[in-house]
Write a protein that binds this ligand. Structure first.
Ligand SMILES: *Cc1c(COP(=O)(O)O)cnc(C)c1O
Length: 350
């Protein structure tokens, strides 16, 4: 990757080792269960997370959708964060495809759903009400700035779900970042959950794919749902080969991205007109101060001319910067210098 791209960790390219493994991957028809590389990825993921079985899916969105379709019948309710990816950024799939009612609960600034809010959202047995089926949380919580939810909190949600006979799904798109933040194995962050989706792309650098883990019976049913959604893939071992490197090797280096994110936050705090809002895991949120000569959107445009990509939003001062494998300390120094220049440039022009 030549451009410095901090818009997201989804932009990360596969590593040279992944490309080599993809070229050499042993493959078969995965819908027949014949792809040894996919089978290995699914089993290794299940083992690492402490579940019986795994399912390779095209994306995190597909993983969440097959999970919720498997847990919830039409007309039932899922308790879900109001700033969760499933609620905001998955094109309404659970409602459109599954007839599932989202019952939203506010996501707190620390990324959690308060236990009392979850409890209050659980429906009683009354013919007027939809039936509550599921609780879902997101770790790390994207919209709260990549904050990692601690194992104790996850376990308290699991206990609450169990107490009420509800299923518990974790959208763990970036669960390895949460595990790195607390320096615990991922299994410890998902104990008591019925299903977990995690992404092999994003910070783990695989080009495509996510995995859902759960019980053998759950995964068998989720496999049918995946097929229904057009997600039965054939020689997918080419993709799973990169996924195995993501799972076993890339998952171990994420603390480097977090150290870089802390360095990025420190560096940005020296730039005039910028206010660092937060840094959690590999996310840094920054606001342009009212003194800034132009919008975040305009700043993004100016940085692009210098070969640096950031996410600016029209009419919003907020910028999100995400570190990943391809962002080094040097890229951060280049960004900081470019920001100082770009923000200064206009003052001179004025
Ligand atoms: C990225 C992401 C997903 C899945 O996204 P895809 O682009 O469909 O892989 C799900 N949940 C969260 C919290 C995410 O950040």
């Amino acid at each position: 990757m030549n451009t410095i791209d901090l818009r997201s960790d989804t932009v990360s390219h596969p590593t040279p080792a992944m490309r080599e493994a993809m070229a050499k991957a042993e493959v078969g028809d995965d819908v027949y269960g014949d792809d040894p590389t996919v089978n290995q990825l699914e089993q290794d993921a299940a083992d690492m997370f402490g579940f019986e079985a795994g399912l390779f899916v095209a994306s995190g969105t597909q993983g969440n959708l097959v999970s919720l379709l498997t847990h919830c019948e039409r007309g039932t309710e899922a308790i879900i964060g109001d700033k969760s990816h499933i609620f905001r950024y998955e094109a309404g799939g659970i409602a459109a495809v599954g007839g599932i009612m989202p019952h939203t609960v506010p996501v707190q600034p620390d990324g959690t759903l308060r236990l009392q809010d979850i409890r209050a959202a659980i429906r009683g047995d009354n013919q007027h009400f939809p039936r509550t089926r599921l609780i879902t949380i997101e770790n790390t919580q994207n919209a709260a700035g990549g904050v990692a939810l601690p194992p104790q909190y996850v376990q308290s949600v699991a206990a609450l779900a169990k107490e009420h006979g509800l299923k518990f799904h974790i959208d763990g798109a970036r669960i390895f970042n949460a595990a790195a933040a607390y320096d615990v194995p991922v299994a410890e962050l998902v104990r008591g959950a019925d299903s977990v989706t995690f992404c092999l792309s994003k910070a783990l650098c695989a080009p495509v794919g996510s995995v859902v883990v759960g019980s053998r019976a759950f995964i068998a049913e989720a496999r049918r749902k995946r097929k229904m959604l057009g997600g039965g893939m054939r020689q997918a071992g080419v993709l799973a080969a990169a996924g195995l490197i993501a799972l076993h090797e890339m998952s171990k280096r994420l603390h480097e991205d977090h150290v870089n994110a802390a360095y990025l936050a420190d560096s940005l705090s020296t730039v005039p007109h910028l206010h660092v809002v937060s840094q959690h895991t590999n996310f840094v949120l920054v606001d342009l101060t009212p003194s800034a000569p132009f919008s975040a959107d305009e700043l993004a445009r100016r940085l692009k001319l210098r070969g640096i990509l950031i996410s600016g939003y029209p009419n919003e001062p907020r910028i999100r910067l995400v570190t990943h494998y391809w962002i080094t300390r040097e890229s951060i120094d280049t960004l900081t210098a470019a920001l100082k220049e770009a923000l200064n440039e206009v003052q001179i022009a004025q």
